[in-house]
Each structure stands twice: as C-alpha cells, then as structure tokens.
Design a protein around this ligand. Structure first.
Ligand SMILES: [Zn+2]
Length: 227
C-alpha cells in the first residue's frame, strides 16, 4: 500500500532536469515523470527481485544499508513503466552513519542521501524504461536480460551526469557522499568507474548502451571499452 507521495525539493528538480537533458540529447523526451513514493520499507509490498536477493544472501559480503537499491528502488514491472520508492526508515538509518562519518548534520545527510538515491533510481527509469520506449529498433525484451553490471552502471552514472559543471554547496555535499559510499557498494555498483572515456562523454556511453540493448552478445565490456 502506498502511503505517501514523495515531495521533490528545488535541488532535486534542478538535478533531475539536468539528467533529463542528457537523455534528451539521445532522443528521449519526457512527457511525464515517474511516480515516486516515500514511506517506511514495511509499508510497501516487498516481493520484488532486489529484496529477494537481499533475503537470499546475495549481498552477504556487504552492509546492505550502504547499497543504493536497498535504500530505494525502481520497480520495473514487465512491460509497464513501474515506479520509484524511497524507504524513509532505511534512509534515516544510513544517514545516521553518514552524518557520523562525514561530520555533517543528520538532516543534511538525509537530504543528500535522498538525492543520491532518487537520481540513481531515476537512472534506472531512464535507462530501463524511457530509453527503450523511445528508441525504435531496440529489442523489446532485451532490457530485462541485461547484466547487473550494465544496469547498475547506467544508474550510478546519473549522479556524475546530474552534477557535472556545478559546484555549489549542495553539489559538493552530493559529491562527497557519493565518493564515500560507492566503495562500500558491491562490485556491480563500482563498475562504471572503469569506463575508458570520461563520465562526461555521455553520448559515447549512451550509444554503447544502445548497442548493448540491441545485441545479446554485448555486455559490460562493451560499455567499458566500446568493443
Ligand atoms: Zn540500482
């Protein structure tokens, strides 16, 4: 049951529009943004793949509280647009750790972490839903057979892509948090750092992603190296 719609801040809207521009340059036009919900984890129906992976011990070597998709999730329902959830209780628990580690105010840590999670999950929405929807010729069912490496790389890139060229206090905070939390996340969430072009080469990266969507033989290596 959804109890609460997520209310976007000015900062979030600004960064979302920057991310929109990146995908827009590759032919993705947004008519409507996805639904976003904000509530404690147990208030949702949690029978989705990521929670099953957590329960099955897939992330046993990692502290789940630092994994972005544990803090929020993009629920993609086969053939449908899906929606984004951000988990209030988990965000607060993680923000406590961040506040302590980075010596920042607890409420500031919550704000920064929510932005990080929101942009990551929006990255899933853009790459798994909108990109496919608006590109003729992309194999329709390939989206759901992509490797976790590819899927999480695209989502993580949303953060550098959204803050690129900005240097205000909020962005500095996001960058600091991102640099701190990524090394605490599983392998698939760190892969994007191995891409052989700068993250600012957005068109190159998205063209490689499009090629992956069209070719079952292409995977993370193609995203990283273009071959
Ligand atoms: Zn993710």
């Amino acid at each position: 049951m959804f109890t609460s719609a997520y209310r976007l801040s000015d900062n979030e809207i600004y960064l979302m529009k920057k991310l929109e521009k990146v995908y827009n340059s590759q032919g993705c036009k947004i008519n409507r943004w996805p639904e976003i919900y904000y509530a404690n984890h147990d208030e949702f129906d949690n029978r989705h793949p990521f929670e099953l992976e957590v329960r099955n011990g897939y992330f046993i070597d990692w502290e789940a509280i630092f994994i972005t998709d544990y803090l929020g999730v993009y629920i993609y329902e086969y053939g449908k647009e899906g929606h984004i959830r951000i988990y209030k209780d988990r965000i607060e628990k993680c923000a406590k750790r961040i506040s302590h580690a980075l010596q920042i105010d607890f409420n500031e840590a919550i704000e920064l972490l929510r932005i990080k999670v929101l942009l990551h999950e929006l990255g899933h929405w853009f790459s798994l839903w909108l990109f496919k929807e608006q590109n003729d010729g992309i194999a329709q069912d390939r989206t759901y057979s992509l490797s976790k490496n590819v899927v999480e790389s695209l989502a993580q890139l949303s953060i550098p892509w959204s803050i690129q060229g900005l240097n205000n206090k909020n962005v500095k905070g996001i960058k600091q948090l991102f640099d701190w939390i990524v090394p605490k996340q599983p392998y698939e969430y760190r892969k994007f750092r191995d891409i052989n072009v700068k993250t600012s080469h957005k068109a190159t990266i998205l063209k490689r992603y499009k090629a992956i969507l069209n070719d079952p033989n292409k995977d993370i290596d193609y995203l990283l190296n273009g071959k």
